[in-house]
Design a protein around this ligand. Structure first.
Ligand SMILES: [Zn+2]
Length: 448
C-alpha cells in the first residue's frame, strides 16, 4: 500500500513539471497547408506589393494587398467573438528619406492583437512582410509576386492567427504585417517605435522572412532544417558609460553570447525540439544573413528581443528578381517555387513558441549569481506574479543550448551543490501552473 502511494506521488510530480502540453500538438495539427497555399496565391496575385506601388486599385498593388490582409484579420476576429483588435499603424516618409523612397509614401502596417487575459500589456509578436520587389529596388510597377519573399511570412502570420485565436492566452499575441521592408526596414522601425511609445512590454519578436523554400541555389534539398538568427547582445549605443560598464561585466562574468534575443532563439530551438522533433532548428549566432537585413532589427535597435526565422537553403535566382528566363534558368519569386508542407512546419514553429510563451509567467527581472571561490554556485532572483516555481538552467561554456536544468520550486534563491560557478553558464526561468516556462534570464547581478 505504502509503495503504491510513493509511486503515485512520483508520477504526479513528473506530470506537474515535465509533461508536454497536449494543446501544443493540437495547434501543430491545426495549421493548414491549404490555407497557406491560398493566401500566398492571393498575395502573389496582387501583381506587385511594392511599397511605392498603387494604393487605389482593388486588385493590384500594396493598397489592395493590405486591405485584403486587414479583411482576413477582421474575418478571423468575427470567428472568435471579436477576439482580435485589428488596425492599421502608419508612418509618413518624405521622398528622399533614402534612395529607395523615390516618392512621398505612407508606410502602412496591419496589426491584429489577441489580448492576454492576465498580462494584457505583455506581447509576443509574429511578423511577416507585406511588400515585395524585383531586380531594381525602385521599380514599383513591374510584376513582383514575392511569393516566398515574403508572402510566406505574411501567410504564416495570418494562419497562426486563425489557429491561436481559438484559444485564450495569459499574455497578448500580436500578428503583424509590416511594409517598407525592401526600402529600408521602415515598417518595423515605425512599429517598434509605436510599441515603445505605448510602453509595451515585449517578450519577443518572431520575424518570419522567407519560410517556404526548400531547394537551395546549389541544388541542396532540405525540408527539415530552418534557421534562427539572433544577435549576441542588445546594446544601447547612445549611452557610452553604460556600454563600458556592460562590456566590463561581460569581460569578467560572461554574457557575450547570452543577450535577450539569443535566449529567445534558444526558446524557439527547445520548443521545436520538444514538440516537433522531426525538425532541425539551426541557431545562427549573428543578427541576420551576412550583410543583409530583416525586420527584427529595428526592434533590436530599440532594445527589444527579436529573431529572424527562415529557410535554411536560399535560392537567389528567386529573390528580388525580374521574372524572366535566362540561360535556361527561370528567374523570379513565383508561387510554384514555394513548398507548402515546409511553410506549414515553420508556421507551426511560430505558433507553438507563441502559445508556450503566452501561457508562461513573466521571467524574473533581477537575477544574481554567486559562489566565487566556493564549491557550489548560488542564484538569487525576484519572484514574479503567476509563477508556480522556478527552474535553474546551466550549460558548458562552449554549448549553445541550456543542457542541464533543475526545478527548484517556489523559492527566490538556491545553491547548486557541487556545481562550480567557473565551469558553466547559468540562467533562470519562471514556470507557470500549466508547466509553461518563460525565456531564460542570464544573471545581471553578482552576489557578494
Ligand atoms: Zn527581400
Amino acid at each position: 500500500m505504502k509503495k503504491t502511494f510513493i509511486i503515485l506521488t512520483l508520477l504526479y510530480a513528473s506530470a506537474t513539471y515535465c509533461q508536454t502540453d497536449p494543446k501544443i500538438y493540437d495547434i501543430i495539427d491545426a495549421i493548414s497547408e491549404e490555407r497557406l497555399k491560398d493566401d500566398v496565391k492571393t498575395l502573389a496575385d496582387f501583381g506587385t506589393r511594392h511599397t511605392l506601388s498603387d494604393t487605389i486599385s482593388d486588385t493590384r498593388g500594396i493598397g489592395a494587398a493590405r486591405r485584403w490582409i486587414k479583411s482576413q484579420f477582421d474575418n478571423i476576429s468575427k470567428d472568435c467573438n471579436n477576439c482580435l483588435e485589428v488596425f492599421y499603424q502608419k508612418n509618413f516618409f518624405e521622398k528622399g528619406t533614402n534612395q529607395r523612397i523615390a516618392k512621398d509614401v505612407n508606410i502602412v502596417n496591419v496589426v491584429a492583437i489577441q489580448r492576454g487575459t492576465k498580462y494584457p500589456n505583455r506581447y509576443i509578436i509574429m511578423s511577416g512582410d507585406i511588400d515585395s520587389r524585383v531586380s531594381d529596388p525602385n521599380d514599383y510597377t513591374s510584376d513582383s509576386p514575392g511569393a516566398n519573399d515574403n508572402a510566406t511570412g505574411m501567410a504564416g502570420t495570418m494562419e497562426a492567427a486563425r489557429v491561436l485565436s481559438k484559444y485564450k492566452f495569459e499574455s497578448s499575441i500580436v500578428y503583424l504585417g509590416l511594409s517598407g521592408e525592401e526600402q529600408g526596414l521602415f515598417g518595423g522601425q515605425g512599429f517598434a517605435k509605436y510599441a515603445k511609445d505605448n510602453n509595451w512590454d515585449i517578450i519577443g519578436v518572431l520575424n518570419n522572412d522567407m519560410i517556404g523554400n526548400i531547394k537551395g541555389v546549389d541544388g541542396v534539398i532540405d525540408n527539415r532544417t530552418f534557421r534562427i538568427f539572433s544577435e549576441p547582445i542588445t546594446t544601447d549605443e547612445t549611452d557610452a558609460e553604460k556600454l563600458a560598464r556592460q562590456a566590463r561585466a561581460r569581460r569578467f562574468y560572461g554574457g557575450e553570447v547570452d543577450g535577450i534575443s539569443r535566449q529567445l532563439a534558444r526558446y524557439v530551438y527547445t520548443t521545436t525540439k520538444t514538440y516537433m522533433p522531426e525538425m532541425n532548428p539551426m541557431m545562427v549566432y549573428r543578427l541576420d544573413r551576412f550583410g543583409r537585413g530583416g525586420h527584427h532589427r529595428p526592434f533590436n535597435d530599440l532594445g527589444f528581443a527579436g529573431i529572424r526565422i527562415m529557410e535554411a537553403h536560399e535560392n537567389y535566382t528567386q529573390q528580388h528578381q525580374d521574372i524572366r528566363t535566362e540561360n535556361g534558368i527561370n528567374y523570379g519569386d513565383t508561387f510554384e517555387h514555394v513548398n507548402f508542407p515546409y511553410c506549414k512546419k515553420l508556421t507551426a514553429v511560430n505558433a507553438i513558441t507563441m502559445a508556450s510563451l503566452a501561457s508562461a509567467p513573466p521571467a524574473p527581472e533581477e537575477v544574481s549569481i554567486g559562489g566565487i571561490v566556493e564549491a557550489s554556485a548560488k542564484l538569487q532572483w525576484n519572484k514574479v506574479d503567476g509563477a508556480k516555481g522556478y527552474k535553474i538552467y546551466w550549460r558548458d561554456t562552449t554549448s549553445p543550448t541550456w543542457d542541464n536544468s533543475r526545478y527548484v520550486g517556489d523559492v527566490s534563491e538556491f545553491t547548486l551543490d557541487g556545481i562550480v560557478i567557473d565551469n558553466f553558464f547559468f540562467g533562470i526561468a519562471s514556470v507557470g501552473n500549466n508547466g509553461h516556462e518563460s525565456v531564460v534570464i542570464f544573471p545581471n547581478g553578482i552576489i557578494r
